[in-house]
Design a protein around this ligand. Structure first.
Ligand SMILES: [Cu+2]
Length: 132
């Protein structure tokens, strides 16, 4: 069964604020996946960068993108996940539970560095670096 929630679903997870102070180690993971990947590999013709939730992690953990592009997350785990805003250019977090196979996307409207995490698994942190 697949349920598509309306984009207007107001999801503000207060927990994000409680853990926002622990962001200093955001860049310490998954360096093996970031440095060697050509920029074009994660960007399709529509200007969408894709991030997967897999093995209880966001991959890639750091995405470099441009204003106007979209980011799309796909849950490839058996566990539920979510995309919860922490800091940087504001976006509306996903609904609280993205089940296996579920997708969520946002459009990047301003430059800056976005930090987000999965509030179900708070160690799942990741970053989007948005440039003009
Ligand atoms: Cu999760």
């Amino acid at each position: 069964m697949k349920i598509i929630a309306p984009a207007s679903l107001p999801v503000f997870v207060v927990l994000a604020l409680a853990t926002a102070g622990c962001g200093s180690d955001f860049t310490s993971t998954s360096s093996s996946d970031v440095g060697t990947r050509p920029a074009a590999q994660t960007t399709d013709s529509g200007g969408t960068d894709r991030v997967v939730m897999r093995s209880l992690a966001f991959t890639p953990a750091i995405v470099h993108a441009k204003v106007g592009q979209r980011i799309m997350w796909t849950n490839e785990d058996r566990a539920p996940h979510n995309v919860t805003y922490v800091s940087g250019a504001k976006f509306t977090s996903s609904r609280p539970v993205l089940g296996p196979g579920a997708r969520f996307s946002i459009k990047l409207t301003q430059s800056g560095t976005i930090h987000y995490f999965c509030s179900i698994h708070p160690w799942m942190t990741a970053t989007i670096v948005v440039s003009q």
